[in-house]
Design a protein around this ligand. Sequence first.
Ligand code: ADP
Ligand code: MG
Ligand code: ZN
Length: 615
Amino acid sequence: MKDNGRESKGPRKSFLYYYVMILLITMLLNIFLFPSLLDRTQEVRYDQFEQQLEEGNVEEVYVTTNDEVIFTLRDSQWVNYKTGLVPGVNLYEELKAAGVEAYAAETPTQASPLLEFFLTWILPLIFFVGVGQLLSRTMMKRMGGPNAMTFGKSNAKIYAESETGITFADVAGQEEAKDALKEIVDFLHNPNRYAEIGATLPKGALLVGPPGTGKTLLARAVAGEAHVPFFSISGSEFVEMFVGMGAAKVRDLFKQAAEKAPCIVFIDEIDTIGKKRDGAGGIGGNDEREQTLNQLLTEMDGFDSRKGVVILAATNRPESLDKALLRPGRFDRRIPVELPDLKGREAILRVHARKVLMDETVDFNTIARATSGASGAELANIVNEAALRAVRMGRRTVCQSDLEESVETVIAGYQRKDAGVSKNEKKIVSYHEIGHALVAALQSHSAPVHKITIVPRTSGALGYTMQVESDQRFLMSRDEAFNKIVTLTGGRAAEELIFHSVTTGASNDIEQATKIARAMVTRYGMSEQFGMVALETVNNAYLGGDASLACSEETAARVDEEVVAMVKEAYQKAKQILSGHEEKLHELAAYLLDKETITGEEFMEILNREGAREA
Ligand code: ADP
Ligand code: MG
Ligand code: ZN
């Protein structure tokens, strides 16, 4: 996404700049190559002068104060000739004899001294300053933007923005995070009020949450709201090839910040330097990281927060942070920035839709319901993809189908029309997708389908069923979780029921079903055999959430059995549901095969046509 705050000068201004530069260069070249343009005086010997005088060619003669004789000729008036006075020669007599007018002291039609000074001194100066600036500008651009600065010995890329231009209005949802940050904004506005009472604000706040939820955005919004400069650096920038550089960078950063206080210092991806120190050291990079971290801790301690420097940091793996960082007086405030809920998703879509022309068919609520689990960054991407699609289609506004198509694009990849899927394969995919949808629709607890398609995707998916939640759910009952597994197995069940064979197309379904079943047994206490015992611990909740076993090997084996049994049971249920509605399965699959993409309404209409039996 484009960062509004960091845009450099407009194209028109820089065009003018280049134009002037080229003009100056041409002028200078002229002067260097053809000096006669500037100084049109040519030196000659005295006898040559005398000869011209005798021949009557000389028009005017000037004698300067330092005894130089300057004369012009009748036929070449644009050139001055110069010669010296020869002792013993009476110039005046000679001139009189030749009948030439003579003037004393003044130099004829020479370039004015002011102009001369300008051309020889000022112009080259302007030229070199200009070239220097041009060079440094291109260098900076190459180093990552006009605001990248290099400090001291280290070449840390510290981005300094005097005004981010981002406000809380640009951050949709995340109300709790905003509330927590408002206090910091207030503090930066009037630090005296806090100092008078004797309150010290936390030195740092840590924004914690999955990628793309707006942590960086929030940090910049704090600076924007408080109208203070924003220094940002990414944790990975600290980790350098040479030992000691990281620590130097930290020092530079804090020195700069202290000069510009009040301001915000933002350390993105702090986990890269803030990882737990394990003491082992050993392999090169570790030592360097530790030094950097120690320097950071030292700087934070030695820092007077009353001066008005607030340190924000962001991470998506808080559990791996060194405890020393989280201690009071350092990042003692922890602000969760979670994935948006239904309301939040709708708000984020609206924020990003402000910049895009939308027509009246657009229904953000439906899109928000279809994107359960999507992050703010993904939603921003969906709006942008929709706008791109509208342009491709030659429309002037974005309509609902653009948004729906881009939801699929972002979630499942681009359509691949040339995928070369055979007729028979398409038929299998149709049954598979209808299998999912039918099982979902016939179980009361499952979310209704919104759209089914068998257009292949670049992600490799051959079909895709878009589900929408009817409203925001925070809890899932055991039945609901189980029904979800049943729906996931519905695709494979339909394949087996109709074709009496199975395909590889269900691998993703299997993976998801297993994940849910496993979580039910090991984390949600939803199995009869184990009850409420935590058998697994989640490692990094914000990044996929892989779990590690927290039980004995025997128990682990029994957990596996339980998971297998649960998925098997779900599969049987799906098959049972489908065999009870085989006619509908055929009818719907044939319809989908024909249309390739059908909506939830079309699906429900066919399903309810002659009173479907309840499952
Ligand atoms: P993070 O730092 O948490 O990984 P970012 O702050 O970089 O995420 O967010 C990436 C982009 O996603 C932002 O530039 C913004 O366009 C969009 N975005 C994320 N969350 C929100 C939100 N709550 N409101 C509006 N836009 C958001
Ligand atoms: Mg970020
Ligand atoms: Zn499937």
